[in-house]
Design a protein around this ligand. Sequence first.
Ligand code: BYC
Length: 334
Amino acid sequence: MTTLLPEAGRGEGPEAGDGAREAAFDAAVAADERIEPRDWMPDAYRATLVRQIAQHAHSEIIGMQPEANWITRAPSLRRKAILMAKVQDEAGHGLYLYSAAETLGVGRDELLDKLHTGRQKYSSIFNYPTLTWADVGAIGWLVDGAAITNQVPLCRCSYGPYARAMVRVCKEESFHQRQGYELLLALSRGTPAQHAMAQDAVDRWWWPSLMMFGPPDDESKHSAQSMAWKIKRHSNDELRQRFVDICVPQAESLGLTLPDPELRWNEERGHYDFGPIDWSEFHEVLRGNGPCNEQRLGRRRRAHEEGAWVREAAAAYARKHGGDPGDGDGKAAA
Ligand code: BYC
């Protein structure tokens, strides 16, 4: 953003109070300029971004677990290499996003602590089990597909570091979605047992994928403000509808059906109608009662504890070489 002074200087004169800084912030958002870390921003804007970016980062690293479950059992070397690359990409997305959150003045330790103690959320979708190899395909096609639908508009988010992180994330998610689609296509065209396995996975992942977009608009408490701030560009229901419209023809090409008898083209609306979502299931998952909540969080806490020695060694190395102990690569922070 160019019209706002950096925080250190902006609004410090007697003539520029919070009102003037807020007006400059509002004007920048209205003009579709980016807000950068050193710009003044309302406390609530900062808090909303920390909440959303942290939740997003947590989703990326928790999201590694359901798929990593299949790395050692991938059916071929090719599939194994692809899956390992994908899971590593998710770790990378987590790192970009934690870095984006850090630009808002929160430490990674603090965010991880909030995840581990249940004070911050991660996406509902990662509380479902991956029962068969076809689930890897269904996650790629549906879960990454839903993620792209949600995240492409976030490339235009008003907060610069989040928007820029999303550009690379979306490119990688696009590869993930295609690998899932291709995997399901191979199964769908395979033996009857393989076809049935693909259909079963789609049956189980379809509704939870629709829930990823969040509660319906009339129950979405943050949407109106986040859209006014241009953090979100579309409502939860708009993105959910966009996703359904994309998936129906893709399911047809895959030779698979979506588990919704009410799914049909509505000429008047120019969209597919779909059946009611079981929001009680979504709320149960958010309350910690999904099929895998305990397992996912337990595994994450364990991984963090088991990694303590790495963090300690990195900090000791940094101290020894005159660097910033918080800078894990040990390079000196000037
Ligand atoms: N799960 O007012 P609302 C990936 C919460 S990972 C859990 O509509 P908002 C991948 C919401 O936080 C991609 N909680 O909220 C990784 C709020 O609760 P709090 C993950 C949810 O923020 C590995 C309350 O419900 N994507 O792609 O305006 C392998 C009310 O909701 C969920 C992101 O994180 C949910 N699904 O809109 C494969 C995208 N939905 O915080 C793939 C970034 C809602 O007040 N996030 N809640 O206690 C967003 O775009 C928005 O935060 C949401 C929700 C659309 C998710």
